[in-house]
Ligand binder design. Structure first.
Ligand SMILES: NC(=O)c1ccc[n+]([C@@H]2O[C@H](COP(=O)([O-])OP(=O)(O)OC[C@H]3O[C@@H](n4cnc5c(N)ncnc54)[C@H](OP(=O)(O)O)[C@@H]3O)[C@@H](O)[C@H]2O)c1
Length: 253
């Protein structure tokens, strides 16, 4: 029998083929969870992460879906359910591209809003329906962003989506509490991943960003894992509808 704060739990992590999702998937496994590793395009990376989890003695499998497609999300959740009853779901997959506000066209708006707001809605609702049916309760966690409450240039579409996630989480928390399902979010600050490569490859831009972080460095995906484990585990049994900001202090300035 696995030991750890998540022993005996089954977790689905979307966008787990890289970055923050990968770190959370591996962190959950280290705490004893069996993990379903979701990817969209990076199958090889997802399979390697699943293999690493099996190497820790936990069960793991991969699932593929585009989270903006309701049919694919439903199929993914059906496949996930064959692994056993889900008790932890992290709606982490997300994206953005920086575009000046005056140049955001409808396609760009739809792409970012669909991925970053409709996607968590579809995955969160589908997972919640399974949890209600199973009667086992659970923890749903969304990856929001400091962009939900702090404006930066060229991210209006992303900021609107992530602010939407904050209210999505609160509304879901209210309606799902009677079913023993808690819903929370993590709002990362600047974290080094594929999403932020351009910042990390441009030293003066990176230095400017880091100068606004009181703890004096950018985040790594591993910095998100502690909050995710807390929200997934019984340690947060009386915590729902909230967002935990993990940003090195960026938001206090
Ligand atoms: N990095 C930061 O500074 C930062 C800050 C605040 C919030 N966040 C949030 O953190 C989350 C994870 O991002 P990350 O920084 O770890 O970037 P990442 O390494 O690029 O990971 C993004 C993940 O999302 C998946 N994805 C993207 N679009 C998808 C779609 N339509 N359907 C299914 N999966 C999709 C990708 O899958 P494939 O690669 O397999 O296609 C990938 O696994 C996102 O929600 C992001 O908004 C990041």
């Amino acid at each position: 029998m696995a030991e750890g704060r998540l022993a005996g739990r089954i977790a689905l992590v979307t966008g787990a083929s890289s970055g923050i999702g990968e770190a959370i998937a591996l962190g959950f496994a280290r705490e004893g969870a069996d993990v379903i590793v979701h990817y969209r395009t990076r199958q090889r990376e997802a399979e390697e992460i699943a293999e690493e989890i099996r190497g820790m003695g936990q069960r793991a499998r991969t699932v593929q879906a585009d989270i903006v497609d309701a049919g694919q999300v439903a199929q993914m959740l059906t496949e996930a359910a064959t692994f056993g009853p889900l008790s932890i779901v992290v709606c982490n997959a997300g994206t953005h591209r920086r575009v000046p506000f005056l140049e955001i066209d409808e396609a760009m708006w739809d792409w970012v809003l669909d991925t970053d707001l409709k996607g968590p809605f579809l995955v969160g609702q589908g997972a919640a329906r399974q949890m209600v049916q199973n009667g086992t309760g659970g923890s749903i966690i969304a990856t929001s962003s400091v962009s939900a409450h702090s404006a930066q240039p060229e991210l209006v579409h992303y900021q609107a989506a992530k602010a939407g996630v904050a209210m999505l989480v609160r509304g879901m928390a209210l309606e799902l509490a009677p079913h023993g399902i808690r819903v929370n979010a993590i709002a990362p600050g600047l974290v080094e991943t594929n999403l932020t490569t351009r910042i990390f490859r441009t030293p003066d831009v990176l230095a400017g960003r880091v100068s606004r972080i009181p703890l004096g460095r950018a985040g790594q995906p591993a910095d998100m894992v502690g909050a995710a484990i807390f929200l997934a585990s019984d340690e947060s049994a009386w915590t729902t509808g909230t967002t935990i900001t993990v940003d090195g202090g960026f938001s206090v300035t």
